[in-house]
Write a protein that binds this ligand. Sequence first.
Ligand SMILES: Cc1ncc(COP(=O)(O)O)c(C=O)c1O
Length: 382
Amino acid sequence: MKKTYLLTPGPTPIPENVLALSAKPILHHRTPQFVKLMEDVKVQLKYVFQTKNDVLLLASTGTGAMDAAVTNLFKKGDTVITLNAGKFGERWTKIAKAYGLNPVEIKVEPGQSVTVGQVEQALNKNPNTRGVLFQASETSTGVAMPTREICDLVRKRENCISVVDAITALGVFDLRMDEWGIDVLITGSQKALMLPPGLACISLSDKAWKWSESSDIPKFYFDLAKERKALAKGQTAWTPAVSIIIGLQETLKMIKDEGLENVFKRHETLARATRAGIKALGLEMLAKDSPSIAMTAVLVPSEIKDGKGIPKTMRDKYGVTIAGGQDELEGKIFRLTHFGYVDKFDILIGIGALELTLKDLGYTKFEFGAGTGAVLKALASS
Ligand SMILES: Cc1ncc(COP(=O)(O)O)c(C=O)c1O
């Protein structure tokens, strides 16, 4: 028998009470029962998004909401600034190009965050910019962006909106949509919302809704105005991801019961403990200056020639699934995740399996228990 554990940046583990709900008979979506469910979910989502505006639900993964943001808010030929600190920032550029926008990309080295100064400079150089599109947490490198400061820059410009992919940030750390003037905020179900993949959430500020009025990009399925109209009646425009929305009601309740502040604190504690373990093993993080508390991207030590062997051994031999690096970072980093339905003992499991794996692969610069001991100390002192 081998027990398995999921410590990837999505899908993340699903709470047992939520899994149990999926065994219940399916609900039809054009019924008063579904409307009642949506009315509750609508209110609770505003709490997690920290907004008074509606949060729309799309039956898609997170990328669907990124796509919808571009097609619903901009016009062909619009200049937008995209922040590329990794694979998901690059996705903004690709989507913008696909729909005929003119993306001005700020690209930084893997592990670095884009600075507010860089964004300000790009905005000054491109005064006709209609949007700044970026990640609050760049999952491919484990970097956090200065979301509040960037949105602060943007909100002062009448002709520009901020579009924030918070797919591994919302429900992980503080993102005050209304207070910070975030114009578009996006997440996906399989992340800190602790659900299976297949549901995307997107909220627009009043300013962003104004942008949508002048958009000329063809759209049909992802038509946010249609979704808003449907949501006013407790519905979605098309058949919703009913089972995931049933689970969402439960996970939103869990978040509310724990309290957003405590959810953020828990994630901070778990990130600190993970990093104490990594350091005690003599390993280095990829993100030096601005790590996201959602995940820890670790450089493969030079003693290990086959970097891809780390996630493979952890998964196949020890049953602990973590993520490796993507594209140019393949084989160079591995990523331990600590958000969603995760608590302190999950961190011990992750670091424990890592210790065994490192020894298996020939990295011997530590004594067994160095990492897990450091995790325990960090947890005990928090
Ligand atoms: C920051 C970020 N943006 C976008 C995506 C894409 O989301 P999806 O795979 O749900 O389409 C991911 C997925 O991991 C992500 O982490």
